[in-house]
Ligand binder design. Structure first.
Ligand SMILES: NC(=O)c1ccc[n+]([C@@H]2O[C@H](COP(=O)([O-])OP(=O)(O)OC[C@H]3O[C@@H](n4cnc5c(N)ncnc54)[C@H](O)[C@@H]3O)[C@@H](O)[C@H]2O)c1
Length: 304
């Protein structure tokens, strides 16, 4: 299959590109390297340096892909608060340009949306029809992207899929980007540095291993239309995550606590049962197992 992975030089995109190459696809990565890097693009995938806002159509015209996994985004909540116009340009206008280019070639699209930033504060595992209460420009722009995807399906009979990803972690995640709390804890522990928990640490998240996300993307690539949570349904507190990181690294360093950050969500967890029923997908990797793989890869990277 000919495939375009937008954002394939980023954390999740590089894993998706790797899986597509492994199954024998002809894989083209469109990435501006805004936050991604060349080194992340897997061998066997071709990197096209470009911006989804400007260059999607030209690349689609030359590759004529059957599949597009659209992961390129402004994916940082803090940046979206500081520069909501830039966030909207990339996540809304950029997505519209990708959808239009895809439609011109009959390309199936899998769009990466977000669970946490769209549901906001949760009372329990949020199903797809739970109230959507984004509390950042990032959540708003991703929700807008989803609405374009659903709208394209209604207007043009396309069968695109949106995946609401929970908190993804795994090898190649950047500690410098917000949200990468696993990468931050592991890198700091490795460097012998202090780790900080904001608030009392009892806030919860739904941590999903990147390999499980890739499996969800591949399942969605075979599926026609819809919105699906790609999460574990398991709530893990930041305190419990920190304790798990200490166990996995065997570095027993207590965290320090700092004032809660404004806007930090107390509970964030998604209900993955619809994806289990309709995509035949479920998260397989337990947290400590995924942390172990992430830690191993970090140590290999440090060792060179
Ligand atoms: N990491 C998570 O926990 C998480 C959770 C929910 C949803 N997502 C979504 O998954 C996708 C991938 O996230 P990630 O964590 O791998 O982030 P990332 O920042 O590592 O990847 C994003 C990639 O998009 C590229 N990019 C940014 N703007 C671009 C543009 N205008 N044109 C072309 N390329 C551009 C970046 O260079 C980068 O390689 C994003 O859409 C994000 O919103 C991520």
């Amino acid at each position: 299959m000919r495939a375009i992975v937008t954002g394939g030089a980023g954390f999740i995109g590089s894993h998706v590109a790797e899986a597509l190459v492994a199954r024998g696809d002809d894989v083209h990565v469109l990435d501006s390297l805004a936050t991604g890097s060349r080194e992340k693009v897997p061998a066997g995938a071709e990197l096209h340096l470009g911006d989804i806002r400007l260059d999607a159509r030209t690349l689609f015209d030359s590759v004529r892909p059957e599949l597009c996994v659209h992961l390129a985004a402004q994916a940082d909540v803090g940046t979206s608060v500081e520069r909501p116009d830039y966030d909207a340009e990339v996540n809304v206008l950029g997505t519209v340009r990708v959808l239009d280019a895809a439609r011109a070639h009959g390309t199936h699209v899998v769009f990466s949306s977000t669970g946490g930033a769209i549901y906001g504060e949760c009372d329990g595992p949020a199903a797809e029809d739970a109230p959507r209460r984004p509390i950042s420009p990032y959540g708003i722009s991703k929700l807008a992207g989803e609405e374009y995807v659903a709208g394209w399906n209604r207007l043009f009979g396309t069968r695109y899929v949106s995946l609401r990803l929970a908190n993804v972690y795994g090898p190649r995640q950047e500690a410098s980007l917000e949200g990468g709390v696993v990468a931050i804890f592991l890198e700091r522990l490795a460097a012998g540095e202090q780790t900080t928990i904001f608030g009392d640490g009892e806030q919860t998240r739904d941590f999903i291993y990147v390999g499980d996300v890739v499996a969800g993307v591949l399942a969605a690539a075979e599926h026609a239309g819809g919105v699906y949570n790609i999460g574990t349904g398991v709530e893990t507190s930041i305190n419990a995550l920190h304790a798990a990181c200490r166990r996995v690294t065997a570095i027993d360093r207590e965290p320090e606590y700092a004032e809660a950050r404004p806007g930090d969500i107390g509970r964030s967890v998604t209900d993955p049962s619809l994806a289990a029923r309709e995509l035949g997908w479920r998260a397989e990797r337990p947290l400590e197992d995924g942390l172990r793989l992430t830690w191993k890869s970090l140590q290999e990277a440090v060792a060179g």
